[in-house]
Write a protein that binds this ligand. Structure first.
Ligand SMILES: Nc1ncnc2c1ncn2[C@@H]1O[C@H](COP(=O)(O)OP(=O)(O)OP(=O)(O)O)[C@@H](O)[C@H]1O
Ligand SMILES: [Zn+2]
Length: 826
């Protein structure tokens, strides 16, 4: 530990503290502590400091010492906010590691790690909480003054508040008012996410008694609608005593008024509850389950493995029941009194897995989601830190929570690319970082997937991780059968209707006839991909990015998928005036439209970024599909992510070529993973499912490997390629984006910088090159890549890189050039 002093500082001792500010600063600053605050100083607490001319920031105490800084006079801190540290020492070490490994500042890590309420600064705006009643709470004099100053709807910055009240140290007051829910930070006002609540009806206890029920029937003889409501309730409540009011209305002729009357008479009780997708008998199955023999064997092997190695890979085919194994493991860790972090891809958080885990563990479980508002995030933070929450289920940023005693980290769907944060810094990979985090807490890591990332499998093969395989589905049903359809052949034989080969249409008809469900996968959203002029070849591009615009029928506009820019669609080519505009490529929206023409009357839903933009719509779409209100679900890769439906008989992949042709060294690995995962949504219960993949390149080896479910073959061929071209895991990559709005300046700067790097690092430096998309949000981009062989010390390379950047940025001509580093950029 850097802190060599005793905790109990003497009152007259001269203390200095090094703090982390929520800014991208290259160094940490040192402040002096006024004597009267000496006793309150502790690493991990927040203090208020002045930085720059007049700005105040909340910062975190990183270390305490007696040495004055050499080249500046330390300012005094203004106040200490916390009574106890909010960031534990282990997390501070973790921040430091992240900043070193991913080449960013500790301030940037702090910004990613802490909820906004912990990062108050002069410019933070506060507002009175709309629900706050003065009579609710006892307020101190200062608090009262602040509330008065805020009035009913004024937004005031913290700086203005402190001017108003004529005192510098306003932060403790703000913090206390936040705790009392008397004020809000104004950014929270656009309330981000609320669980969907629905009204449920339940019979009052008294009428569960048959005698009382008979009496009630008599009473209701003259109120036929109420009687109808009651009878329908009794029928519907066989599965679950809570019946959704909506269902009751749909299944009876009672109407709203009759139900209200029964509530008034205290026959029914109405309750607003979180909507559950599960039926009562499913719930039963989730709570009281036993592991199958194969699962039990995997579970035992994992436990044995953990005695030897900290990291274990659970390689279990789709629908093998990995979730059940996680649950049993979590139980054991909780029994040891330790905490568990359960990492899932962002998108999975709104789906079934949360429901299942929370059913099992109840209020020991906290869910941490970027869509939650700040109040909720603070609440979770505090409950993790007191140990009230034993399990945290969350997306990547939950690795920063203040765990007290972490025993196990589970990374579900460990191959998912959403564990990586691409922008802004810290550009970290939560799966990789969690392995370091586990070493700090001396805890275990379980990586789970049906299609492991090449790196993880490589590490398992080389003995760095342990590995346990689970090769059968829980239901015992074999994995789905695949059929590949050559689009080239089908078009030649004129066996296509719109985007569908005749075989796929026939199969769909058969499945629909049997009242089973279908998922169609197309990895592009929108209507057409691009609009191209058939006369001069013009395509319309985004004004800020080097990207073609996508036509969306729902808005009637052309959209940029990178920056959100949109414009009206074109009737004529702006370059040559021709009306001969052609549509090239196609997205989910277009497929939906064509499918409606082929199968009129069926119910179709779409699961993609566009259809799930509004609150809770994703929940609704998945819910409807699960309850068989939808026949066909069309989606982008969202449909591949861990969803568990029981009636899906057929998966159709509309066009596999776009996946495999993606210009990236991981394209084949990703295609294999995505196609296997999508396929895995079929036939998860009693009946074997079927998968039809349409592709022009129908003989592609990846398709063959998907069909044969041959991960091993994919792995061996990919690994050989990676070795031949020196890609990870045989090398480490660092990618450096050089950016400017001035294209000519950028070009010179990037060349200059690359030469400078080559001078120090030689031929591990590649580029500069134009990336696939060479302009985003008006910034031109050139890319330099470092490919560092495993034998070379990556730390030395990083050090040299940082020195080169310093040197480069000290040159006047290049001041305005932005440099962005991404370590392990995949
Ligand atoms: N031991 C068990 N008892 C009862 N039901 C089980 C058991 N194991 C698995 N199941 C059920 O089998 C289905 C598949 O399990 P689960 O969703 O955990 O698979 P998975 O391995 O996570 O698959 P994927 O990788 O495709 O997401 C689920 O509906 C689950 O409830
Ligand atoms: Zn754009």
């Amino acid at each position: 530990m850097e802190n060599e002093l005793e905790l109990d500082y003497r009152e007259q001792e001269t203390l200095f503290i090094e703090v982390i500010l929520p800014l991208a600063l290259q160094i940490n600053y040192t402040y002096r502590v006024p004597f009267e605050l000496n006793q309150q100083i502790e690493i991990g607490k927040r203090v208020i400091v002045q930085f720059g001319k007049n700005r105040m920031y909340t910062s975190i105490i990183k270390s305490v010492h007696n040495i004055a800084p050499e080249n500046y006079t330390a300012k005094y801190i203004i106040d200490v906010i916390d009574a106890v540290p909010i960031v534990p020492p282990i997390q501070l070490s973790f921040w430091k590691w992240i900043s070193k490994y991913y080449l960013c500042t500790e301030g940037e890590v702090m910004i990613a790690a802490l909820p906004s309420a912990f990062k108050l600064a002069s410019e933070t705006l506060v507002i009175r909480h709309p629900n706050f009643q003065l009579s609710d709470q006892v307020l101190s004099e200062k608090e009262q003054a602040l509330i008065n100053a805020l009035g009913s709807d004024k937004k005031i910055s913290i700086e203005e508040v402190s001017e108003l009240l004529g005192q510098k140290s306003i932060y403790p007051v703000i913090t206390s008012l936040l705790d009392k829910q008397a004020i809000l930070l104004s950014e929270e006002l656009h309330d981000k996410y609320k669980p969907l609540l629905k009204t449920y009806i339940k019979l009052e206890e008294f009428f569960l008694d048959i005698k009382n029920q008979e009496e009630l029937f008599k009473q209701l003889e003259r109120a036929p609608k109420q009687l109808d409501a009651l009878l329908s309730y009794l029928h519907l409540s066989k599965l679950n005593p809570f019946v959704a009011k909506q269902d009751l209305l749909e299944h009876s002729h009672a109407g709203d008024a009759a139900i209200s009357a029964l509530i008034k008479k205290e026959v029914f009780k109405a309750e607003r509850r979180k909507v559950s997708r599960l039926r009562a008998n499913d719930i039963e199955q989730f709570i009281n389950f036993e592991l199958s023999d194969a699962q039990q064997k995997a579970f035992d092997e994992l436990k044995k493995g953990f005695q030897k190695q900290e990291v274990q890979l659970l390689f279990g085919v789709t629908a093998s029941g990995k979730t059940q194994i996680y649950i049993k493991l979590i139980e054991e860790i909780l029994a040891q009194g330790k905490q568990v972090l359960f990492l899932v891809p962002e998108i999975a958080l709104t789906t079934q897995i949360v429901e299942r885990i929370s059913l099992f563990f109840g209020d020991k479980l906290g869910v941490y989601h970027s869509k939650f508002n700040d109040n909720e995030r603070v609440e979770i933070w505090n409950k993790v830190s007191t140990g009230e929450y034993k399990i945290i289920l969350g997306a990547r940023s939950s690795i920063f929570l203040p765990f007290t005693d972490l025993g196990l980290i589970i990374v579900d769907e460990e191959h998912e690319s959403s564990f990586k944060q691409y922008d802004p810094a810290p550009r970290y990979q939560a799966r990789d970082a969690s392995i370091f985090l586990a070493s700090l807490y001396k805890s275990k890591v379980l990586l789970g997937s049906a299609t492991p990332s090449l790196e993880s499998y490589y590490n398992a093969r080389n003995g760095k991780y342990g590995m346990v395989e689970l090769l059968e589905r829980y239901s015992g049903t074999p994995l789905p059968q695949h059929q590949i359809i050559s689009l080239a052949e089908a078009s030649q034989k004129k066996m296509m209707t719109a985007f569908f080969a005749q075989d796929l249409i026939d199969k769909m008809r058969e499945v629909l006839h049997k009242k089973q469900q279908i998922i169609l996968f197309q990895n592009r959203r929108g209507y057409t991909t691009i609009l191209i002029c058939g006369t001069c070849g013009f395509t319309s591009k985004c004004v800020q990015c080097d990207v073609s615009l996508t036509y969306h029928k729902s808005t009637g506009k052309l959209h940029c998928h990178y920056c959100g820019y949109h414009q009206n669609t074109l009737n004529a080519c702006p370059a040559c005036g021709s009306n001969n505009l052609l549509q090239k490529g196609f997205g989910t929206e277009r497929i939906e439209e064509e499918l409606e023409l082929i199968f009129p009357g069926i119910t179709i839903d779409r699961l993609d970024l566009d259809s799930t933009r509004t609150k809770n719509s994703m929940f609704q779409i998945i819910n409807d599909f699960q309850h068989k209100k939808t026949d066909v679900l069309i989606g982008t890769q969202m449909v591949a992510k861990g969803l568990d439906f029981d009636n899906v008989a057929l998966i159709g992949v509309i066009n596999a070529d776009t996946l495999m042709n993606f210009p990236d060294f991981r394209a084949f690995e990703r295609s294999f993973q995505l196609l296997t995962q999508v396929s895995g949504r079929a036939g998860r219960r009693d009946e074997q499912g079927e998968v039809i993949i349409q592709a022009y390149d129908a003989k592609h080896r990846i398709l063959k490997q998907v069909v044969e479910n041959d991960y091993e073959a994919m792995y061996n061929e990919e690994l050989a390629e990676r070795k031949a071209f020196n890609y990870p895991p045989f090398s480490r990559m660092i990618s450096i984006d050089v950016k400017s709005k001035d294209q000519v300046l950028l070009h010179n700067a990037a060349k200059h910088f690359a030469n400078q790097l080559k001078h120090h690092l030689g031929d591990i430096v590649l580029g500069p090159e134009q990336p696939l998309i060479s302009r985003i949000r008006s910034y031109y981009i050139e890319q330099i890549t470092l490919k560092v062989k495993r034998e070379i010390s990556i730390n030395t390379v990083k050090e040299i890189l940082m020195n080169c950047i310093k040197e480069f940025q000290s040159e006047k001509a290049f001041r305005a050039i932005k440099i962005q580093i991404d370590v392990d950029p995949y």
